[in-house]
Design a protein. Structure first.
Lengths: 319, 272, 319, 272
């Protein structure tokens, strides 16, 4: 399945042309490299042009792009080794949250991430990346494992929202989100969160109460899906693009508002055009944060995390 | 009592129950803390009323009353909504906080006001809640919060989502200080408030039939096969599912909180 | 519903006769006090005679007696005040385990107990006192509450077994029992367990990893129900009385084996003939233990509990 | 391979798979660690075999081999059962413990032997397990336990029930020392062992299709409405229900344990 957004169409047309030319050249043994180079230059110019003027809504589409790399893709591309661990030890094992023990550039660490599915079957299995209470409880179990064995924690956030279904409500989805944040605030090991794609409200912040919060360039982070916001604000879910503007849900906005620590650049054309390069950017950004955080004592790590979130908020003080 | 017309019901003397529609004599209704004497329906209380009904007479001292909402994203219609919320509630934000005495115990107390923008949590609510927990931790006082909220305040965008983390962090301070935190879920306690500080209390009480849940009812039903149970997202549903200690009629909230304070506070706890 | 065991029959006949005589006397206004006193003396002699020679199997029947007081009866009869708390904060609230905050003779404490039902409806609701994983998780939540607020813990044990059903298995009944014991071992507040009726294997020990373990005189405490033991040992569940002998499951045996700390005497004729007196005996035994334990420092309490269980076991050492 | 008669299958050279009944060439079968090359069935291993297949060559030093079961209740047939268990397993009790190296890491290791009275836990098993955790805590070594047990040993009455508490208490010592505890559930891991130290490991592995559960299958089915799922009380069922981290084929157990040690042990962990 291919999903081509409006703004991606001309690029995709060029890419088809390049591919055709290449095949032709190979079949006929002709040298078409000059033509190809020219088309590629054209593609590059076009990409630059388009990506220089992305609207927030374009970012929403990119963050949800079905070819965008997911948590396990990053883990595979970034880590020297990874062993997935399973289960909340309370009766459930939520496939929407993955986690385990990884080696990353000299660090041993615990990784916990939200995982969407690539094909229809996996998407259903992983509930489209919408974690249930047991997902957050699995995460907490792994956070506590990290604390016990003094391992840093990396969380990879990519979820439209926590699962809103009746079963999740019955098993305490709200409590699990709150407890997950609380557990993260109690840790005395370094913690880094990366918003990979969709940072969907409570479902995302549950895993993002970290010492450092990074965002990929085209990821979004929002208190409400733009569609939901549009339905409330304009009584029209189709006005999601306007709502996306109003919500300031892009990585740049979050950085400007002082809510995240770093924007990790994506390759030209976004992560799905070059997952390998994107993963390496994430890797080096994470390693840099870990290098910095590793200098702090356990109590200082907890305190830094506390202060980091404690001072978020914009209000006035009456005279 | 005879059923009367709405016009008459809205007079000074009479009031109509929002649930059973019976007409009630207002002085009786107020004396019953706005619980319908016919059907037991718990009508919403203003934050300030709630606090005054809960604490010892003349003991409440408001804190952080000088915090005012800003409009950091210049969000459409937000300034207007703030004005309307203030007019409707008579308050400057969706929570009132302070220190007070309850049954002689010195406490930190907060009550949310659904009348101010649906009790939604933006920067001011988050800040005042966080200060409650910090004040409790520093001064070694218990914290009691009455929740009433539709969730995070969309109009402050990601900043309001961050208030979930901020208030949760503050809870961890009180926990480490070993001071009790008691929450009372009133109608409604939802979404971003339920999924942060509200659910982290040591003991959780709720008023009968209060709406308590994560997502909107329609979203929840759409996301699930089959029909939700009849009491879905009520306090009673959450109690059955282990998330609420006790459903407590309004009249019993105060004595129940007093007993919990007596049980959980160290003997040397400050009284006044 | 009345359940009259064989050995209780003659007593019950006498009690019926006494009751009849009383009614007759009241109706006719006659003085039959001498006859009544004589019958009562006879009843007393008979009770003494019978209760002097109870076999282990008789104790099994007494421990399971449908009129035997249950945890909430003791709580009501013993405590000045009690507020029940509910829920495991993980999606469930198991009625087979009750717990809450109580005042008991000057102490503020957390009580957790297993609760059977009195009538058929309540029995089903309470699953015959067989806790599910969520019951033990509710207990753990209350144990942690006790630890945080430095409250002593009293557990009241009365269960045929932990719930063995498919759902309990799916939600981790074994893990919940193990974690409940572990949580009790980690506490630094005084803990006292009283076996009230049936101390049914893992379901019971889950709540009995305490500084002091007391048993009522006619309670039982066993690694396996005698019926199950008989099925294995004699291939005949009807030989449960013999199995009860072999298992040494009485309070006296447990005391002799050094596995419990004290046997709390029951009134003549067992607890169900005088719940009030029994409850007062339990109360004073518990208070005495709490007085002793309260002198120990937090770490010493944990250490005493550790050593108490650590040295249980009978083995030989080869030369 | 042709199917052969049972008589021939029991010869030195050939062995029959307990599950698919195929006849296997014994040297191949042993090299495959007794995993059937046809159906993948994991045949039970003796405790001592298990340890030798797991640890670095010549690194195993047995501990507490001098503990022998007593018969504290003079329980019917117990003395006889102990004799038979010893004869059947070649061991004096249902667990072997010791210290060893695994991938160079110094470890405390134990393996239960189902051949000795169904791997049941009485005083000796409880004592040896407790000493494993205490040794790990004192010497700051990780503990690895292979479980194989039907549960508590009925023949020691309440004393054997107490071993659940005793081993659990010992786990708490290791936890506080911050040393890793890894458990491997092999066929079967049941009842009193599963409901005590086995379930408390930091990471839990299991062999494919191992029976893992609390009550007997019949008891469980009787206690429940409806039919249990087809994989009820298998390692796979427990994995689906969040109680087991990973199902690991026998061949992969050793490298998986080595990776876990590397990950969870501090850098300065003792190696040899
Ligand atoms: Zn009404
Ligand atoms: Zn086979």
């Amino acid at each position: 399945m291919m999903t081509i957004f409006d703004f991606e169409k001309p690029i995709n047309e060029l890419e088809s042309a390049i591919a055709e030319l290449r095949q032709l050249a190979a079949e006929k043994g002709l040298d078409r490299s000059r033509e190809i180079a020219e088309l590629e230059a054209q593609r590059e110019r076009l990409l630059k042009q388009i990506f220089a003027h992305l609207r927030p809504w374009d970012k929403v589409l990119l963050a949800r792009h079905p070819k965008r790399p997911y948590a396990l893709d990053y883990i595979r591309l970034m880590c020297e080794q990874f062993l997935e661990l399973h289960g909340d030890r309370l009766g459930f094992n939520d496939p929407a949250i993955v986690g385990g023990l990884a080696k990353l550039g000299g660090y041993k660490l615990v990784i916990v991430g939200q995982q969407k599915g690539r094909d229809l079957k996996e998407r259903q299995k992983r509930n489209f990346g919408m974690a249930k209470p047991e997902g957050y409880r699995k995460a907490m179990r792994l956070f506590r494992l990290a604390e016990k064995f003094r391992l840093p924690v990396l969380t990879l956030v990519d979820t439209p929202a926590a699962d809103p279904g009746v079963e999740s409500e019955a098993r305490g989805i709200s409590e699990s989100i709150a407890q997950s944040m609380l557990t993260m605030f109690e840790l005395t090991v370094p913690t880094v969160a990366v918003i990979l794609g969709e940072g969907g409200s409570g479902g995302a912040i549950a895993l993002a109460a970290a010492n450092r919060v990074l965002m990929l360039e085209h990821a979004i982070y929002s208190v409400i899906p733009p569609e939901g916001c549009a339905a409330i604000l304009y009584r029209d879910p189709n006005k999601a693009p306007q709502a996306a503007d109003a919500l300031q849900l892009t990585a740049d906005s979050a950085l400007q508002l002082g809510l995240i620590d770093l924007v990790i650049p994506e390759p030209l054309g976004a992560a799905h055009r070059d997952p390998q390069t994107t993963a390496l950017s994430v890797r080096s950004a994470v390693l840099q944060q870990l290098d910095e955080l590793s200098r702090l004592e356990p109590d200082a790590l907890r305190e830094q995390r506390y202060q980091r979130f404690r001072h978020i908020g914009v209000y006035e003080v009456a005279q | 009592m005879q059923r009367r017309g709405a016009a008459q019901a809205n007079s000074e003397q009479w009031v109509q129950c929002a649930k059973c529609k019976k007409i009630l004599f207002r002085p009786d209704f107020e004396r019953a803390m706005r619980v319908c004497s016919h059907c037991g329906h718990h009508h919403r209380l203003r934050a300030r009323e709630r606090i005054l009904l809960t604490v010892d007479p003349n003991s409440f001292e408001e804190t952080d009353a000088d915090l005012r909402p800003a409009d950091p994203l210049s969000f459409p219609e937000y300034a207007d909504k703030l004005r309307k919320g203030a007019a409707a509630s008579g308050e400057t934000e969706a929570i009132i906080t302070g220190v007070a005495a309850l049954s002689g115990y010195e406490i930190v107390i907060g009550a949310m006001d659904f009348g101010f923008m649906g009790g939604s949590m933006g920067s001011v609510v988050g800040e005042k809640v966080a200060r409650c927990f910090e004040r409790g931790a520093e001064r070694r006082l218990p914290v009691i919060l009455f929740c009433a909220s539709g969730g995070a305040r969309m109009q402050e965008g990601l900043i309001s989502l961050m208030q979930m983390a901020k208030t949760t962090a503050a809870v961890s301070r009180l926990h480490r200080a070993g001071m009790p935190y008691l929450a009372v879920f009133t109608d409604p306690t939802m979404a971003g408030v339920l999924a942060s500080f509200a659910s982290l209390a040591d003991v959780i009480l709720a008023e009968p039939s209060a709406l308590v849940g994560f997502a909107g009812q329609r979203v929840a039903a759409q996301a699930s096969p089959g029909k939700p149970p009849a009491n879905f997202q009520t306090a009673e549903f959450q109690h059955e599912h282990g998330m609420i200690d006790l459903i407590v009629p309004r009249r019993q909230i105060r004595p129940t909180l007093a007993y919990l304070l007596e049980m959980l506070l160290p003997v040397e706890a400050r009284t006044r």
